[in-house]
Design a protein around this ligand. Structure first.
Ligand SMILES: CSC[C@H]1O[C@H](OP(=O)(O)O)[C@H](O)[C@@H]1O
Length: 367
């Protein structure tokens, strides 16, 4: 997507030097900085510290992390050790395992002395596919927004509520939950987005607002807990969120707080959609609440906040008493019964095994 007059992806390879560049998302929106990755360790740290974040982007970063590993040492042992190091960088987004397993499966049969070029090519293919897939799901989702606009008699903008950041910064480009918003906006459908700030890392306030502002999409940043009030007062036409892992039965794991938005939407008859590429479906799992690993991050993400001072400096402050413990679960699971539909690159389906298999036949074997 565009930043100013320049088009960007979130991750790209400098072909000559074989290093990997990423937008440093820890300093947005106050700074725009590029971080260069030279090794699998750099990639693992970038995933772990959320320099790069968002399920599809985490997958692409893992893939390029293995390419960087093959650039250093293409041996079987290093392929496996880099795979293991990258896999544990963050536990919830299934895209990381999906991308690493795809890369290892592709590289394993190749002679070590021919792995480097093959690794960069496969990582680039994963990135390019993500762009195409998110563009396609954006088109399917845009039709839902256009239908909502028609239901208003084309008399007012469509109000979409989203949680966290599932925009182009969470993918290689376009995004998942925001891809339909961008496609609708560019097609002339008036849309306004309620942006959940999304404590504690504030991906909504810092990243979603930044993206929407750069694209000229009207939006309003709101505190996480106002969503239910907005829905009670008819101020939300539909919710669209992303996901880090969706089970074959349609249970959705997403940034913590998503489940509470889904409950409020269900209680107020507001359609609740989840946008996801196939790489986010975990066909091995059936019960999201029981099976999906929920990342627990450092308590300091809750007890402290970072931002820009009046002087333009980036500062971090404590927002809790020094001796108050804090608990920081990063995700929660929304049961399929609360999900109106899943927006995928192949179309929109019910949040159910039958719905997913109607779009992705042949996955029965993973039952
Ligand atoms: C398109 S996946 C976006 C997904 O990832 C975010 O989590 P995090 O920022 O911690 O990587 C959040 O769950 C988003 O919905």
């Amino acid at each position: 997507m565009k930043i100013g007059d320049s088009a960007f992806r979130t991750i790209w390879c400098d072909g000559d030097s074989r290093v990997v560049n990423v937008i440093d998302q820890t300093v947005l929106p106050h700074r725009f900085a590029i971080k260069t990755l030279h090794s699998a360790t750099d990639a693992a740290l970038a995933i772990r510290d959320m320099t790069v974040r968002g399920a599809p982007l985490i997958g692409a970063a893992g893939a390029y992390g293995l390419a960087l590993a093959m650039n250093q040492d293409p041996s079987d042992a290093h392929l496996q050790s880099a795979f293991d190091q990258l896999l544990v960088a963050r536990p919830t987004a299934v895209n990381l395992r999906w991308a690493l397993e795809r890369m290892r499966g592709h590289l394993g049969p190749i002679a070590p002395d021919r792995r480097r070029n093959a690794a960069y090519a496969e990582a680039a293919a994963i990135a390019d596919e993500d762009v195409a897939v998110c563009s396609a799901l954006g088109q399917h989702g845009a039709e839902l927004i256009a239908a909502a606009w028609r239901r208003t008699g084309r008399s007012q903008p469509v109000n979409v509520l989203t949680h966290c950041n599932a925009g182009w910064l969470a993918t290689v480009d376009w995004g998942t939950a925001l891809a339909p918003v961008y496609k609708a906006h560019r097609a002339g459908v008036p849309v306004h987005v309620w942006v959940d700030e999304t404590r504690p890392r504030n991906q909504g306030a810092s990243l979603t607002a930044y993206e929407l502002g750069s694209e000229g999409v009207p939006h309003t940043v709101v505190v996480d807990n106002v969503g239910g009030h907005l829905m009670q007062h008819g101020m939300v036409d539909l919710c669209i969120v992303g996901t880090d892992r969706t089970t074959r039965t349609g249970d959705v794991c997403n940034k913590v707080g998503t489940y509470l938005k889904a409950l409020a939407a269900h209680d107020n008859g507001v359609p609740f959609y989840v946008a996801l590429p196939a790489s986010t479906i975990d066909w091995r799992m059936r019960d999201g609440v029981k099976e999906i690993p929920i990342e627990e991050r450092e308590a300091t993400e809750v007890t402290h906040m970072s931002g820009e001072t009046a002087e333009g400096d980036i500062a971090t402050i404590r927002v809790t008493p020094k001796n108050s413990p804090a608990l920081n679960y990063g995700f929660d699971v929304t049961p399929a019964r609360l999900v109106t539909g899943l927006i995928t690159e192949r179309g929109v389906c019910a949040a159910s095994e039958a719905g997913l298999l109607s779009l992705f036949p042949g996955e029965e074997r993973a039952a």
